[in-house]
Design a protein around this ligand. Sequence first.
Ligand code: ASP
Length: 437
Amino acid sequence: MKVVKFGGSSMADAGQYRKIREILMADPERRVVVVSAAGKRFSGDHKITDLLYLCHAHTQYGVDCSNIFEMIRSRYLEIRDELGIKLDLESEFSALKSGLDRKMVSQDELASRGEYFSAKLMAAFLGFQFVDAADWIRFKFDGSVDQEASYALLKDRYKDFGIVIPGFYGMMPDGKIRTFTRGGSDITGALAAAALDADVYENWTDVSGILMADPRIVDDPQTIPQVTYDELRELSYSGAQVLHEGTIFPVREKNIPLNIRNTNAPNDPGTMIKEAFDGDSDPDRFITGITGKKDFSVISLSKRGLSGQVGYLRKVLSIFERHNVSIDYVPNGIDNVSVVMPTEAVSSSLYTIMAEIQKELEPDSLTVHDQIAVVAAVGRKMAFRPGISGKIFATLGEAGVNIRMINQGPDELNIIFGVDNKDFKTAIRVLYDSFVK
Ligand code: ASP
């Protein structure tokens, strides 16, 4: 059995619902469907979830939100009528509106209604059963999901026929609705797949998989056909955002493959994400993806004899810890060490941190560089293969890109390097051209 999740753009209008029905009919294993709220139909359109949050904010300040509410209501009624679905949504919408006017509907509950109405409609359209997320996703009081209880509840409800589940929310121990953070329907799908031990979790969106590089930087980048969970973690950490970050854990724990697919191009195989792959679909390709982020700061200190001092690294790092700054990289030399983190992370504490380093470590020199970009070339196949980093650095050198920092772990899953912000796009472009094209 396959769990299939459809994102907002896949749920945006009646035409998309029809595409989803085709996708389900093409494979009878696709029996558990998780849906998002209706997303944008065209650029400039509104996402239903955004409108719901906006509506709630209005009522909090005593401002009437009837116009926004009507935009939400009419989107769903339009889909229903165009598909000829018989379902009384009018009374549910008016009950919701009167609850809202009396300030009886929490922000999370209102935000969750986008998914709720999507799932109601989709279930009726497909002739599947509607299974409310509030009836099986259980949060603990600390906001984490009680997996054991949730899995047991869904297993109890699922009896091999088709079901549709609204994404994005569940229920707190006190019976209140709680949502995940934005984009959280991905997590609902992952939890459903894990609960029911699905053969695969298909995440349907509007792109044909994860791209090897950012399309705003590289023209028409290729799709990654296969990526491991570890590689994906590296790729998303350094910039590529594809799935909600909470998605991986439940499916990985159960060793369920995750397949990213395109609702608008259902024959494309998309990207397959697994723990490991046997065999190699493309033996000449060493790099899985190239990503990166701009705007890092590097704080560097040097002091003669530093490397002989026991505990100096701990002293440096504990200063950052004290200020609650999460550090990304710590490249070092014999008598110097640098600490790298997003500039934003030290925006309010930089001078205090510098003063404390000066006082506690008494370095010979202490400097800060900002406007640094971090670029990561990620690929499981780089390991134990001589010459890859040589090629990377030669390529960057030929393009006149100066490398400010290098970082590679012994697992050789990635090579990370720092360049000036101004060289960021060039670095990604030339690496892509030399390794992929
Ligand atoms: N509708 C929610 C959002 O826009 C959740 C989701 O689509 O995944 O964030």
